[in-house]
Design a protein around this ligand. Structure first.
Ligand code: 5GP
Ligand code: ZN
Length: 116
């Protein structure tokens, strides 16, 4: 459930003090320490999964929940009209650096496509 050496597990269990923008029984939302846009939040499940590739059928409801939380936080941040992007980097080759599944929520500036 919780991995002792995982940064996000340590944030979630309070070992590394971090403000939660929002939290519920299944997820927490924090501000990214190195924001790539004016709004850059991370939606993180309380349960440890290394990555999206680690998710199985039992995690389907949780994955849906994370996306709904992202949309709710985006709306609360006033991004509904300008638009926002949700990103899940999976694997080091795709830019994943913290191996605890999380959804990036980015907005507040024009976001080009395709991403790098
Ligand atoms: P990834 O590269 O795995 O897709 O995303 C990990 C994100 O976590 C990065 O955007 C990085 O800036 C952020 N991050 C890394 N360490 C910390 C930290 O200690 N606190 C917070 N709030 N964000 C972090
Ligand atoms: Zn973890």
């Amino acid at each position: 459930m919780s991995e002792p050496d995982c940064l996000f597990c340590r944030i979630i269990n309070g070992e590394i003090p971090t403000d939660f923008v929002r939290e519920d029984d299944r997820s927490v939302v924090i501000s990214d320490i190195n924001p790539q846009a004016p709004t850059h939040f991370l939606v993180i499940p309380r349960a440890h999964l290394d990555s999206l590739d680690d998710a199985s059928q039992k995690d389907e409801a949780l994955l849906g929940h994370l996306l709904r939380v992202a949309a709710q936080v985006a709306n609360a941040a006033g991004l509904a009209e300008s638009g926002y992007r949700t990103v899940i980097n999976t694997g080091a080759g795709a830019g994943q650096s913290v191996f605890h599944l999380h959804v990036h929520l980015l907005g507040g500036r024009p976001l080009s496509w395709p991403p790098g």
